[in-house]
Design a protein around this ligand. Structure first.
Ligand code: FAD
Length: 467
């Protein structure tokens, strides 16, 4: 029958993809209904992802920098950490942003409905309201932005309160004495950085032969070296084979070259995220969900059902907020009849660890696998005056160029603020810049950004100034 509410555009999920799509569609004159099960808009990124993690990482950075400066004549003593107050500040940061979204939705007259939505047909979604009861929404277009969830492991006692996923780790209930981090990817290592600086003895276990397996091995080496020295352990090519919840702790069996057991007070499981495609009644709308749970889409973010779109984590890798927002705009514009496409050449990745690791475009690994002929320009930060004046010399900037055209096709940066520096390289790749364009661009001295120009000069053989 006819639904309780009607929308030109129904958006399912209010994360970075969903709220962006909703706002863009409203700006283009559409009546928009935005459905989310959570009390605050913003999805994973604002509530339990990008933003709370970056607030805590800032605290970690302040601690690390004051400790480092003690070696250079500026000592503050041990930090006194009020975990409750830190948690409160992190929650305030999140609250300001999610509250801002509520205001922006109201300004645009986007109707928000709080509850769990599922398709009941190709033109209707039913929402189990958070306050009880149900409502139905008839739509002309739908945009699926249902995001993803942390992966659970069968041999881990997830119901034990000492076992956390990223959401639990961000709650910052306490600082455990011994923390096991299962998974040496970006999320695991960011939370390891936080808990290490707050005083936990952190052990990281990674199945692959390097941390952050998507990045080049040389790029993650400075981070690997630093955390190997600072943490209780960083174990590569190691798997957690069993975890037993005992009163005295979580006893984990680690299988690497040898098999050992160790006891931990808490454990963070950060082994990846799975898309929410299977949870939304897609079959009732005729929308295809693949065997991994992703919703396949074309370059206009259309699913196999032409008036239903999907964006963000639920459509595939990389599961990043800035990919979701760009896809959200495309989907909204297409529902409004515009001829928009998602045609980004590259999407940057950043680990906000210490040091930060950032890369964009093709990696050396990928270039080698694909047989792409490339040249390389590297500038080590040991020769950067700015890096040394920050008390850090382990970073480097690496640019990859197409061997014939000399256009930049990939870049990696490791060191403090690498996540900020990678932006210029994304722009360079999008604009088809070559090594001369980058090398001849005058970067301010002394900045970390000038290492980008110098890496291009290193490739061209014109590098003269090492400072
Ligand atoms: P999500 O943000 O996952 O939002 C989906 C929304 O849909 C949620 O609000 C959910 O409640 C709702 N929902 C799902 N199903 C239903 C349903 N059936 N009915 C109603 N509501 C539903 N990315 C970065 O780019 N930078 C970072 O620094 C970064 N840090 C991260 C740190 C952590 C700890 C984590 C976990 C992730 C991080 N990410 C980061 C990834 C980023 O959070 C995601 O890529 C991004 O949130 C995806 O946006 P989305 O719109 O696809 O979906």
């Amino acid at each position: 029958g006819p639904g309780d509410v009607r929308a030109d555009v129904l958006v399912l999920g209010a994360g970075p993809g969903g709220y962006t799509a909703a706002f863009r569609a409203a700006d283009l004159g559409k009546s928009v209904v935005l459905v989310d099960r959570w009390p605050a808009l913003g999805g994973v990124c604002l509530n339990v992802g990008c933003i709370p993690s970056k607030a805590l990482l800032h605290a970690a950075k302040v601690i690390a920098e004051t400790r480092e400066m003690a070696e250079h004549g500026l000592a503050f003593g041990e930090p006194s950490i009020d975990v409750g107050k830190l948690r409160g500040w992190k929650d305030t940061v999140v609250g300001r942003l999610t509250g801002g979204l509520t205001g922006l939705a109201r300004q645009r007259k986007v109707t928000t409905i709080r509850g769990y939505g599922r398709f009941t047909s190709p033109s209707q979604v039913q929402v189990e309201l958070a306050d009880g009861g149900t409502t139905t929404v008839d739509f002309e277009h739908a945009i699926i932005a249902a995001g993803s969830e942390p992966v659970r492991l069968p041999f881990v006692p997830h119901d034990d309160p000492r076992v956390m996923n990223s959401t639990g780790a961000l709650e910052l209930a306490d600082v455990p004495r011994r923390l096991l981090v299962l998974g040496g990817g970006i999320i695991g290592l960011e939370m390891a950085t936080v808990y290490h600086e707050l005083g936990a003895e952190v052990t990281v276990v990674e199945l692959m032969d390097q941390i952050i397996p998507g990045a080049d091995k040389d790029l993650v080496q400075p981070l690997h070296k630093r955390i190997s020295q600072a943490y209780a352990g960083v174990h590569l090519k190691t798997k957690v084979a069993a975890v037993e919840a005992r009163p005295e702790g979580l006893v984990a069996t680690l299988e690497g070259e040898t098999s050992t057991t160790a006891t931990f007070d808490r454990m963070l499981v950060a082994v990846g995220r799975r898309p929410n495609g299977p949870e939304i009644g897609a079959e009732r709308a005729g929308v295809v969900v693949d065997e991994r749970g992703f919703v396949p889409v074309d370059k206009q973010m259309r699913t196999n059902v032409p008036h239903i779109f999907a964006i963000g984590d639920v459509v595939g890798q990389p599961m990043l907020a800035h990919k979701a927002t760009h896809e959200g705009k495309v989907a909204a514009e297409v529902t409004a009849g515009q001829n928009s496409y998602f045609d980004a050449r590259v999407i940057p990745s950043v680990a906000y660890t210490d040091p930060e690791v950032a890369w964009v475009g093709i990696t050396e690994n990928e270039a080698k696998t694909a047989g792409i002929q490339y040249g390389k320009g590297v500038f080590p930060w040991a020769a950067s005056g700015r890096a040394l004046s920050l008390g850090r010399d382990e970073g480097f900037t690496k640019l990859l160029f197409d061997e014939t055209s000399h256009r930049v096709i990939g870049a990696g940066v490791v060191g403090p603020s690498a996540g900020e520096l990678i932006a210029e390289l994304g722009l360079a790749i999008e604009m088809g810049a070559d090594a001369a364009d980058i090398g001849l661009t005058i970067h301010a001295h002394p900045t970390l950004s000038e290492t980008v120009g110098m890496a291009a000069e290193a490739f061209e053989g014109t590098l003269t100034d090492l400072y």
